[in-house]
Design a protein around this ligand. Structure first.
Ligand SMILES: [Zn+2]
Length: 719
């Protein structure tokens, strides 16, 4: 793109993290020199560089039920498979719930922790705060959430949902106090969960009256009240825990991708989570062939965007959700673990059946992966992304603009119901295109939008984030003005921060277009056409491409140029073609930067129909705007590429999703002799494949590396 933002690779590295070389070296020394773990009092001990133990790579095991004959024997299985932390559930299991009961569990937990520590396995105690397990069922009349009709709310179709405003809270705090005397390394809270209707029990009624001076049924504050209920509880629990256990971790199961529908405000949640953990590896719920392929890496990138400086964990169910005893295929298991690690997230691997499952091919695959990441863990601390492209996510739009949501353990999935864009599908569409074109990229969010943070990237893709705050609009404007490239979709910025429709895009001047009419829906036989005189025609090389199923009429501002136009709607599929007419893709210069704008839901259409020409068009624009990106010859389409740095070292992660036909994938298609063409600013003297355990030849002349064989994953270390 040839402007002020362009800078050399190594200068770019230096601006990312000036002190990271020393930190990375210290981290390597820490891993190498830290003595074997003593049996007790590990929790508050820091490494020589003052990092906490949980800031080093973690491989977390979990057994979410208890069908074992010998609980402590489980530790040996974890240790043999390379795990170094257990999120401890099974000795306190109440079928599929667990909440420590000092009378019943103290002895077994004390013995368990002692043995685990002796084996070098840290213990985070699991505490269920969303359901009443069988042993607490008798308390449901006072502790459970209620519908407006007075019925008890159930989760998983089975268990009463806990009300945080009920006297259960006092019970929980009394349990929390008893945990201080255990030698555990921290606690994990599974939940809380409030149903979409909110709880209508008498305790919530009282709390609502106290807060707002009116009954629940009259509330205009449904979201705020539900949010307050969670936040109030979690803040108090965190403070109470930290008062007695300042060095022991506290974190929870944070719903990142459906934050708004779960009444979660992410900045508030960051205050009471020492680790950021979310269910990026609970999948696929519906038929696997329909599932979003990139969920693990998508989620890992998201939590890094939210909190780059906190340790991060992706919770991965060993099983193919919602079955509990049916495991992911061995290949899917390895791909998920690899994608999370590649994107700098730790993996929590949880069984929802007995440890017999560890002896299945899938369990063995998990162990193989975990041992690989144990043996190479020095490459996984203190790393930073080297991506120069980012995909934007808006929490404001998640709350105030239509989006479809995937099913989770806590919520049903759902489609966005309107002719507006669908943020979730748009995001998935662009995510897939970027992943499939082998461009390393990050996610960025609107939590703290700032032009200088965005300025790390040469190009940002803005999916149909309809609702944006003024701060976000200002930051995006400043980003483009100072030289960034923006690719924007459909009705981005057409709504204000509370979801009210605006007369025009807030980013109209950046887009180079104004809204000129109402949303239009189209049948799936219409077209748009890339102007043959525009350079972009070369990217697609076809006269007509399928038109997305929704568009916005726009008026092109004088300085902008039309690259593609849509044809008027056809009466049917076998008819004469009218000439292209309405602007569909435009290019605008704004300040030192540029904006490409699609006047239709391009990202969503790719998610639904996956036209290869869409990917080709986007790829052409991205590679035209961001010169000198890493590239591959002979790569499968579904090759995930992550480029990171660790001090002076560059780390290239390659996750090969090119496998068979439909998911669940069960047959790996290895790639032979793939050529990796490095950016000219990255000229390593030495490269090594961690999977092949061998040095690779770096061609100085072509600045490329040949990778003799890629199975499901490799990490290429370049220095
Ligand atoms: Zn309640």
């Amino acid at each position: 793109m040839g402007h002020a933002m362009r800078r050399s690779f190594w200068a770019f590295i230096r601006t990312l993290d000036r002190s990271s070389s020393a930190a990375a070296l210290a981290a390597v020394l820490f891993i190498g020199l830290y003595p074997p773990l003593p049996e007790a009092s590990m929790a508050v001990k820091k490494g020589p560089d003052s990092t906490q133990w949980y800031e080093q790579p973690m491989r977390i095991a979990a057994l979410q039920c208890n069908f074992e004959k010998d609980n402590p024997a489980v530790i040996d299985m974890w240790a043999a498979d390379g795990f170094n932390v257990e999120q401890l559930f099974h000795p306190t299991a109440d079928l599929y719930s667990a909440l420590f009961d000092p009378a019943a569990h103290r002895t077994i937990v004390e013995q368990y922790v002692k043995k685990a520590h002796a084996k070098g396995v840290r213990i985070i105690l699991y505490l269920n705060i969303h359901i009443l397990g069988p042993s607490l069922e008798s308390k449901k009349d006072i502790w459970a959430q209620r519908t407006a009709a007075g019925e008890i709310v159930k989760l998983y179709t089975t268990y009463p949902a806990i009300c945080l405003n009920s006297p259960w809270k006092d019970y929980f705090f009394s349990i929390l106090d008893t945990l201080s005397s255990l030698d555990i390394d921290g606690i994990f809270l599974d939940g809380p969960v409030i149903g979409s209707e909110g709880c209508q029990c008498k305790y919530c009624e009282q709390a609502h009256q106290k807060l707002y001076g009116k009954p629940l049924k009259d509330t205009p504050h449904h979201w705020e009240f539900c949010h307050w209920t969670k936040d109030n509880f979690l803040q108090a629990a965190y403070a109470r825990w930290k008062e007695k256990n300042p060095g022991k971790i506290f974190y929870m199961n944070l719903p990142v991708f459906h934050a708004a529908s779960a009444f979660v405000d992410i900045p508030a949640a960051l205050q009471y989570n020492d680790i950021l953990g979310t269910e990026g590896g609970f999948m696929p719920y519906g038929p696997a062939k329909n599932a979003f392929l990139w969920k693990p890496s998508f989620t890992a990138k998201m939590i890094e965007a939210i909190s780059p400086d906190k340790p991060r964990v992706i919770f991965m169910a060993a099983d193919h959700k919602p079955w509990s005893w049916w495991m992911h295929s061995p290949l899917e298991t390895k791909l998920c673990i690899a994608s999370c690690n590649a994107n700098a997230a730790n993996v929590w691997y949880g069984l929802h059946g007995s440890t017999i499952l560890l002896r299945t091919p899938s369990g063995a695959a998990a162990g193989q992966s975990m041992r690989f990441f144990r043996d190479n863990e020095r490459y996984f601390s203190t790393t930073r992304s080297l991506a120069r492209v980012a995909l934007f996510y808006s929490f404001t739009s998640d709350r105030y603009y239509p989006t479809s949501r995937g099913e989770t353990d806590f919520s049903a999935g759902g489609e966005a119901a309107s002719h507006y864009g669908d943020l979730g599908k748009s995001l998935h569409g662009y995510y897939s295109m970027l992943a499939e074109m082998q461009v390393p990229f990050d996610l960025v969010t609107d939590l703290a939008p700032a032009a200088d943070a965005l300025g790390r990237y040469d190009l940002i893709v803005l999916p149909s984030c309809g609702a944006l705050t003024t701060e976000t609009v200002t930051a995006l404007e400043a980003y483009v003005r100072s030289g960034g490239t923006l690719i924007a979709d459909f009705d981005a910025s057409l709504f204000d921060s509370l979801g009210a429709r605006k007369p025009d895009f807030a980013l109209s001047k950046v887009f180079g277009v104004s809204v000129d009419g109402e949303y239009q829906e189209h049948r799936n036989w219409n077209y748009f056409s890339v102007d043959s005189s525009s350079g972009c025609y070369e990217y697609v090389k076809v006269p007509l491409l399928p038109l997305p199923l929704a568009s916005l009429p726009v008026k092109v501002l004088p300085q902008a140029r039309v690259i593609a136009r849509s044809l008027p709607d056809l009466p049917g599929r076998y008819v004469a073609l009218p000439a292209p007419q309405a602007p569909f893709l435009t290019r605008n210069s704004f300040g030192k930067g540029a904006c490409f704008y699609f006047a239709g839901n391009f990202g969503q259409m790719y998610n639904d129909y996956r036209p290869p020409e869409y990917r080709a068009l986007l790829r052409g624009i991205v590679r035209e705007q961001v010169k000198d990106l890493i590239a591959f010859d002979n790569a499968p389409g579904n090759l995930e590429v992550v480029l990171r740095k660790q001090g002076p070292r560059a780390l290239l992660h390659l996750v090969n999703y090119g496998a068979g036909a439909d998911r669940p994938f069960d047959r790996l298609l290895p790639v032979d002799n793939m050529i990796i063409r490095l950016p000219s600013s990255l000229r390593p003297a030495h490269a090594r494949s961690c999977a092949l355990k061998r040095d690779l030849v770096v061609s100085k002349k072509t600045n490329s590396i040949v990778l003799p064989r890629l199975a499901e994953y490799d990490l290429i270390v370049m220095e």
